[in-house]
Write a protein that binds this ligand. Structure first.
Ligand code: SF4
Length: 232
């Protein structure tokens, strides 16, 4: 056996042993689908993800929520994980929080089709709990590949989990937001998750701070926005 095959086999063995330790009892190999046209870099990542069973979240999800939007978007939004509506539809940010995110994007003078929207984990954590460290660690390489494929000019990290994961930071979101952080040459703007803003609807301060963060992003991208300056 040559060195490359031996290395590949060792990696496959390590991966399967890792899955068994996580409680995996069966391996599902998705059927091979002949591509209808040339695959873009994001399609390759989606194909590699397949009908993923790499972490325990696959047991309770209905649909994988990979992400959607422009494959070469200048601006990328990264949330935490799919909720109930997203799990049913297989699309990111389609529930109430998604509607608020859509209004925020439109206030920036953009549409959802102009940006790319995804999450840290691609499967819904049961009961909308926080994703666990192992689930994040297992899913994160696919987000890294999405970021590499899209190569955005800026990423907005929505919420504590997204900001903490992308920046490897433990500081509270209130200390991270309001300024850009560098991640491998890509500026990251942490801000509040739309679900949090909905829960704090009576308190205008949070929405105002989120809008201030997005205005900094607009400045970086040279966008004048569709909003006169009020919070969306
Ligand atoms: S959360 Fe990510 S790693 Fe876990 S099963 Fe879903 S796609 Fe796979």
């Amino acid at each position: 056996m040559d060195k490359i095959s031996a290395k590949w086999l060792q990696e496959a063995k390590d991966y399967l042993e890792f899955q068994v330790r996580q409680g995996l009892t069966e391996v599902i190999i998705p059927p091979f689908v002949e591509p209808s046209g040339p695959l873009g870099p994001l399609d390759v990542v989606r194909n590699d993800l397949g009908e993923c069973a790499r972490c325990p979240l696959h047991r309770t999800r209905k649909k994988i929520v990979f992400g959607e939007g422009a494959p070469a978007a200048r601006l990328m939004f990264v949330g935490e994980g799919p909720g109930a509506d997203e799990d049913l539809q297989g699309k990111p940010f389609v529930g109430r929080a998604g509607q608020l995110l859509t209004r925020m994007i439109e206030a920036m003078g953009l549409t959802r089709e102009d940006v790319y929207i995804t999450n840290i984990v691609k499967c819904r954590p049961p009961g909308n709990r926080d994703p666990e460290a192992l689930e994040i660690e297992t899913c994160f390489p696919f987000l890294e590949r999405q970021i590499k494929a899209i190569s955005p000019e800026v990423i907005v990290a929505l919420g504590r989990i997204s900001a903490g994961t992308l920046l490897g930071a433990k500081a509270p979101l209130s200390r991270l937001r309001g300024r850009f952080h560098d991640r491998g040459g890509i500026p990251i703007m942490p801000t509040y998750h739309p679900s949090f803003l909905l829960r704090q609807e009576r308190e205008r301060r949070w929405k105002g701070e989120a809008w201030a963060d997005l205005k900094l992003v607009m400045g970086l991208l040279g966008l004048s926005g569709a909003n006169s300056g009020d919070t969306p």
